[in-house]
Design a protein around this ligand. Structure first.
Ligand code: GDP
Ligand code: GDP
Length: 438
């Protein structure tokens, strides 16, 4: 099931990043070797009681003059309306109620999205509550006082946020069709791929407006099978500022990846693979989705007998955290290898949902341990007792050991490699949870 998305909107300096860091700080990532993505302040995974959601910060680009604050805020609010299930609108009790707050509140009210009005910097609840009441004038409900820097009021605020989740129709419960997200930097050819696919699928294509996020999903029938391609149309924004373009593409990626089973990461063959591609790919990897790397515009480059080899090396080098993903060289323009892309999608879907019997995976682990002795430290040697697969999408294994400290990342990776040698699992990340048993 996809996680709800919560966006924070608010003027500069009201305390958005402070709140973001307070909530995101709890996250412990299982995957350690992904580039920058998890550390930027654009998105974070939050766990609150039994609820998990993805938070996005729509602010962050400092406007260079007061005149453009309002237009920036409108832009932020629009992104939140387009992508989020619940919006946190943050104001500042010290600055008080300002004109642009009222304008943004109007926009949010008209969107009919769930909005939680948060008043930050209420560092002293007893003394400052009188100043909070003023914010009722915005007409978007009860103001929730918090102090992001002191981390007070956050529990009440989060209760309100998760209360809205119950009303959300987080779709696809009964919908068995695989969901495919096509992600990548601007201009790599994402829309061209969707257009080519829908043009060639020789079946009527319907655009259904997404239930909660105004996303546009495209139904595709290929070889008699149904697929849903995910597209977050609301985020096709024009901007001249490079950081803004990158930011939109990250937010767009997060929201599309969240809802997908398989993610196709599109790279521009003409431009070559870049760090920005790695950031985008890292989002899919961290989310545990099935992954295919598609190098597009393959028609547009000059080739000799070494070209594929050279491109493969470059992609493997920059996207070194996902050696499990297959690389395909395609062209949206000519349609080259698009049928193969569907074969690959089917293959990755199957691997992403594959279950291995406990007996069989224990045999593989025992063989691996016999072949390479587990590490030891200060006279104590790591013992691996038992392994079992606890879930799919992505396949997740629990390994019981005598001492967690001894289970180095490199030995976990060794076990992972042995499991991959035995069962394939092409195109899907694997997760390992290490538990102690005395
Ligand atoms: P953003 O521009 O909305 O992301 O705001 P920041 O999170 O960068 O915060 C702006 C300033 O407000 C910083 O100096 C923070 O330390 C301060 N700030 C944030 N939260 C609080 C709070 O709860 N109380 C007080 N007194 N200051 C805060
Ligand atoms: P998006 O921003 O990722 O959706 O990229 P578009 O689909 O809008 O494509 C950006 C540009 O690249 C357009 O001018 C396309 O015509 C061009 N383009 C897309 N795919 C291919 C391809 O396979 N080969 C070539 N030569 N050009 C392509």
């Amino acid at each position: 099931m996809s996680k709800p998305i919560v966006a924070i909107v608010g003027r500069p300096n009201v305390g958005k990043s402070t709140l973001f860091n307070a909530l995101a700080g709890k996250k412990i990532s299982i995957v350690k070797d992904t580039p920058g993505v998890t550390r930027d302040r654009i998105h974070a995974d939050v766990d609150w009681l039994d609820h998990k959601f993805t938070m996005i910060d729509t602010g962050g680009i400092e406007p260079d003059s007061n005149d453009i604050i309002l237009s920036q805020m409108r832009e932020q609010a629009q992104i939140a309306i387009d992508t989020a299930d619940v919006i946190i609108f943050m104001t500042d009790v010290k600055q008080g109620l300002v004109d642009s707050d009222a304008k943004v509140a109007d926009m949010l009210r008209r969107s009919h999205k769930p909005v939680i009005l948060v008043v930050n910097k209420v560092d002293n609840f007893n003394k400052m509550m009188a100043d909070v009441y003023e914010f009722y004038n915005l007409g978007i409900g009860d103001p929730v006082p918090i102090s992001a820097s002191q981390r007070s009021g956050l529990g009440d605020m989060l209760d309100k946020v998760v209360n809205y989740f119950a009303d959300l129709n987080l779709e696809q419960e009964e919908d068995e069709r695989p969901r495919i997200a096509i992600v990548g930097k601007p201009n790599v050819g994402k829309s061209s791929i969707i257009n080519k696919i829908t043009g060639e699928s020789r079946v009527i294509v319907s655009n259904i407006a997404g239930t909660t996020r105004d996303a546009i999903d495209t139904d595709v029938k290929w070889n008699g099978k149904d697929y849903v391609f995910i597209d977050t149309a609301g985020l096709r924004r024009k901007s001249k500022v490079k950081e803004e373009i990158e930011k939109y593409s990250i937010i767009r990626t997060v929201t599309a990846v969240e809802r997908a089973d398989v993610v196709i990461i599109v790279i521009d063959a003409v431009e070559g693979v870049t760090e920005q591609d790695a950031k985008i790919a890292g989002i899919a990897h961290e989310n545990g989705k099935g992954i295919i790397i598609a190098v597009n515009k393959w028609d547009a480059i000059e080739k000799n007998d070494k070209t594929v080899y050279e491109y493969t090396n470059k992609v493997r080098d920059i996207l070194s955290f996902m050696p499990y993903a297959e690389i395909m060289f395609i062209s949206a323009k000519t349609g080259q290898r698009l049928p193969k892309l569907f074969d690959m999608i089917d293959f990755v879907i199957a691997n992403h949902a594959m279950r291995i019997e406990t007996g069989v995976v224990n045999e593989i682990m025992a063989e691996a341990v016999a072949l390479q002795q587990p590490p030891s430290d200060k006279g104590k040697r790591l013992k691996l007792y038992y392994i079992t697969q606890v879930s799919v999408k992505p396949p997740t294994f629990v390994i019981f050991v005598n001492d967690k400290q001894l289970m180095h990342f490199s030995y976990t990776r060794y076990i992972e490699n042995k499991i991959r040698e035995a069962f394939g699992f092409k195109g899907t990340p694997l997760r390992f949870i290490i538990r102690e048993r005395k």
